[in-house]
Design a protein around this ligand. Structure first.
Ligand code: DI6
Ligand code: FE
Length: 418
C-alpha cells in the first residue's frame, strides 16, 4: 500500500529510463508520451515506483490518489541562489541607476549592499521573518520545493547569525527545504572601512565558527569583484571553509573577469554563479571540476547588462547549467523561478528543456543535493503538478500562475489558484 499515487500524468522525469521517450525538441526531458500517460507512486516520502499508467502493477493501491488528467508533473523546482532574507527596499537607488549612475557608484557612496545592511541590522529576527515570508510564499506558489538562502546583509556577528536563524526557521515552519550559505564576504561594513584584512580575520575567526557551531551554514559563498573581494581574499575564506568541512560556491565573473570560476573550481566547489564575463579558461576549469554554472538572468535584466554568459561554450564543454532567481533587493528583485527560466531562454539562449533542467536537476546539484531534481525511484517525493500540458510551457510564460499542486516529501499541498 503506497501513500500517494498520481495517475494520468505527463511526467517530465529529467533523467532517462526504460519506458520513457525523449520529448521531441526537448533534449533531456523524458515522458511516457501523450498517448501513454504516466503514473508515479510515493511511499515513506520517496518515489517508490513510476512508469506508464498501463503498467501499474495489478492491485496497486494508495491511501491517496490524484488524477492528473494528463497534466504535466515535474520534480519540485530548486532555486539554488537567493538572498530572500533581508530588510528594506532599494528602489530609490534603482531610480538613480535608471538615471545613469552605475551600480559601483551607488555602492561607493554607501548605498547598495550597505543600505540593505543598515535595514537588516535594524529589523531583528521577527522583522526579517515577517519580510521574508511573502517572498518565500511567492517562490512556493511557483513550484519551488528547495531553496537556498544566503546571509551577507548583516556583516556583524549577531546579524549574520540572525539572518541564518531566520532562514532555518522558514525551513522549519514551511513545507520547503532551506539550504543556507554563509556570505560574510559580501561587502566590507562601515565599521571596518579601510581595514579589509581585519574584517576578513573577524569573519574567519569569529563569525563563521559561530555559524558552524550553531549548525547554521551548509556552504560558504563570497562576492568576488573589484568593489567587493579579491580572489586572494576569497581564497583565505575558502581555506577556512575547508577547515570546517563546508563546500564552497562563488559570485564570480558578474561584472568583470577575476578568475573566480577557476578559483572555485580549484576547490571542487558546488557552483560558480552569474558568469557574464567568464573566459574560455574559466569554462574549461568548471568542466574539469564538475562545478555547476548558476545563471541568474534576473540580475542581468535588472542591471540592464549587455554581456551574456557564454552559454554556447558552457553547453559545448558539458558544464551543467542551473537557473536561479538571485532574489535580492538590489540587483534581482525577482520572486518567480519560472520567470527566471523564461529569461534564461529569452536573454541567454537556453532551450526550454535546459531551463527546466536548470531549475530541477542542475539546481539540486548546485546545492550538492543528489536526492532530488529528477523523477526516479528512490528520489525524494518533491513534485510539482502544473495546469499545463507540455514541458516547454513552463518556461514559455511569464508570471502566469500555473501550479496546481506541490508535493513535499510525499505531503500534498494544493495551490490556492488551482
Ligand atoms: N548578488 C549579489 O550578492 C550582488 N549581486 C548579485 O547578483 C549584490 C546584491 C545587492 O546589491 O544587494
Ligand atoms: Fe547573489
Amino acid at each position: 500500500m503506497w501513500d500517494l499515487l498520481v495517475r494520468r500524468a505527463r511526467l517530465a522525469t529529467m533523467t532517462p529510463g526504460p519506458p520513457w521517450g525523449e520529448v521531441p525538441g526537448l533534449g533531456g526531458c523524458f515522458t511516457a508520451g501523450d498517448d501513454r500517460p504516466g503514473a508515479l507512486a510515493v511511499a515513506g516520502g520517496r518515489i517508490a515506483w513510476l512508469g506508464p499508467d498501463a503498467a501499474l502493477p495489478a492491485g496497486a493501491a494508495a491511501r491517496l490518489e490524484l488524477d492528473a488528467e494528463g497534466r504535466l508533473l515535474t520534480p519540485g523546482l530548486v532555486d539554488a541562489h537567493t538572498h530572500l532574507v533581508h530588510a528594506g527596499s532599494r528602489s530609490a537607488e534603482w531610480g538613480e541607476r535608471l538615471a545613469g549612475a552605475s551600480y559601483e557608484e551607488v555602492a561607493a557612496r554607501g548605498g547598495g549592499i550597505l543600505a540593505t545592511v543598515r535595514a537588516t541590522r535594524a529589523a531583528g529576527l521577527e522583522g526579517l521573518l515577517e519580510q521574508a515570508r511573502p517572498r518565500l510564499a511567492a517562490l512556493l506558489g511557483d513550484g519551488v520545493t528547495t531553496v537556498e538562502v544566503k546571509s551577507g546583509y548583516g556583516l556583524d556577528l549577531e546579524t549574520e547569525l540572525t539572518m541564518l536563524r531566520a532562514a532555518r526557521r522558514l525551513g522549519a515552519d514551511l513545507p520547503v527545504t532551506v539550504r543556507t550559505s554563509f556570505l560574510g564576504a559580501h561587502a566590507v561594513p562601515q565599521e571596518f572601512a579601510g581595514r579589509r584584512s581585519a574584517y576578513l580575520d573577524f569573519m574567519i575567526e569569529r563569525v563563521l565558527p559561530a555559524a558552524v557551531a550553531e549548525g547554521l551554514a551548509d556552504a560558504v559563498d563570497a562576492y568576488c569583484e573589484p568593489h567587493a573581494f579579491s580572489p586572494a581574499e576569497v581564497a583565505r575564506l575558502f581555506d577556512a571553509a575547508a577547515r570546517h568541512g563546508l563546500p564552497v560556491k562563488l559570485h564570480a565573473e558578474q561584472r568583470s573577469d577575476q578568475g573566480g570560476a577557476a578559483l572555485v573550481a580549484s576547490r571542487r566547489g558546488l557552483s560558480a554563479d552569474h558568469l557574464e564575463h567568464l573566459s574560455p579558461a574559466g569554462v574549461a576549469a568548471l568542466a574539469a571540476a564538475g562545478t555547476v554554472a548558476v545563471l541568474l538572468p534576473g540580475a542581468f535584466l535588472h542591471l540592464r547588462e549587455t554581456r551574456r554568459p557564454p552559454v554556447a561554450a558552457l553547453r559545448a564543454a558539458g558544464v551543467p547549467m542551473a537557473v536561479a532567481t538571485d532574489l535580492n533587493p538590489g540587483t534581482s528583485p525577482l520572486g518567480s523561478l519560472t520567470a527566471a527560466m523564461n529569461l534564461a531562454c529569452t536573454l541567454f539562449g537556453l532551450s526550454p528543456a535546459e531551463a527546466l533542467a536548470g531549475a530541477t536537476r542542475h539546481g539540486a546539484r548546485a546545492l550538492g543535493l543528489l536526492d532530488r531534481g529528477e523523477l526516479a525511484a528512490g528520489q525524494r517525493a518533491d513534485l510539482a503538478l502544473w495546469s499545463l500540458d507540455h514541458p516547454a510551457d513552463l518556461a514559455g510564460r511569464i508570471a502566469l500562475p500555473s501550479l496546481a499542486t506541490r508535493v513535499v516529501a510525499g505531503a500534498v499541498h494544493h495551490a490556492p489558484t488551482r
